[in-house]
Design a protein around this ligand. Structure first.
Ligand code: SF4
Ligand code: FES
Length: 319
């Protein structure tokens, strides 16, 4: 069924433009060379996390259908209203992980989030609940859609036919680079430091004549099942953005790096499992995980990150 396109959505975008000298410094590499953590934390990442630049919130109201993704909406804005709006994407289908951002405060992918699921009608409810607690964050993000005709026009930009408002910001836990683009290098560096590639025995299979033939590492389905789900991680950073302990890797290497470590620790072909477990058996490694499990909520690859954290922590302690 083709949906009529006489509806609109309002995007409230938290924008950021770095000061020129900060951009210059970023291009020339970080001047903060000191490292206090084997995962690259310390003054370096702390300095890089502090956004220095102009910050403001900009609203865009555009035609949209409930089935449109937030990425569709941003592309419409970029092409028709404001070419200066910066965001990052590549595949558009939840495969590359390049477009993680905060939608209504929740880390998720722009290309898989739909207007239907994330647009909120402005609340007419009191900001304070019965017990005196202020309503916060994303409490209304997934509430059922309110029929448009029942919604009062309580904000200037909410008119009849509006599907609601979506608030966007760059991925939490990482320094913003510009608008919705976060610098995820801290996460990628942590993953790199944990040698995210197979380290097998390197024994070559040979032919009957003793000639080198192929590398052959056989594995049965049970062995594959131990890490197959983990190998789906696309390093999007959504779990890290949701983790209250992770903030650039100073206190905690972060769930994504541990997922990558676990993926190889559980691979029967890898010969470095003990070394890998030693590498994460640190105060900012597995000991940093507080089992909050917020990391599990929005993983786009269906990994139960919190459960995997639990498993790898137990494995490291039992070895
Ligand atoms: S575990 Fe999931 S949420 Fe975390 S980086 Fe990998 S794909 Fe993204
Ligand atoms: S653009 Fe590739 S995952 Fe969203």
């Amino acid at each position: 069924m083709v949906e009529a396109n006489n509806t609109t959505v309002t995007l409230q975008v938290h924008r950021f433009t770095p000061h020129p000298e900060r951009a210059e410094r970023a291009r020339g590499g970080s001047p903060f060379a000191k490292k206090s953590s084997p995962f690259g934390g310390g003054s370096d990442s702390a300095a890089r996390r502090r956004p220095r630049g102009k910050q403001w919130v900009q609203e865009y109201t555009i035609p949209a259908r409930p089935s449109d993704t937030v990425l569709d909406c941003l592309l419409t804005i970029k092409r028709t209203i404001d070419p200066t709006l910066a965001f990052r994407y590549s595949c558009g289908h939840g495969m590359c992980g390049s477009d993680a951002a905060a939608i209504n405060g929740t880390p998720t992918l722009l290309c898989t989030a739909t207007v239907r699921d994330w647009a909120k009608q402005p609340s007419t409810a009191p900001e304070v609940d019965d017990e005196g607690f202020r309503r916060t964050g994303d409490e209304t993000a997934n509430e059922p859609d309110v029929p448009v005709e029942n919604v009062e026009n309580v904000e200037n930009n909410i008119t009849e036919g509006s599907l609601g408002v979506i608030e966007l910001a760059s991925l939490p836990g990482f320094p913003p680079q510009r608008d919705l683009i976060a610098d995820i290098d801290p996460m990628l560096n942590q993953i790199r430091k944990l040698t995210p590639y197979l380290q097998a025995d390197g024994v070559l299979a040979t032919t009957a004549e003793g000639k080198v033939d192929v590398f052959e590492y056989l594995q049965n389905p049970e062995q594959l099942a131990k890490y197959e789900t983990l190998s789906n991680c696309i390093a999007c950073g959504v779990c890290e953005g949701a983790c209250p302990v992770y903030a650039g890797g100073d206190a905690f290497v972060g769930p994504a790096a541990l997922i990558w470590a676990s993926r190889f620790i559980n691979d029967s072909r890898d010969t470095k499992a003990m070394d890998r477990m030693d590498a994460i058996d640190t105060a900012d490694g597995v000991a940093g995980c507080q089992s909050v499990r917020a990391c599990s909520l929005q993983c786009p690859r269906g990994i139960d990150v919190g459960e995997e954290m639990w498993q790898i922590v137990a494995k490291v302690r039992e070895r």
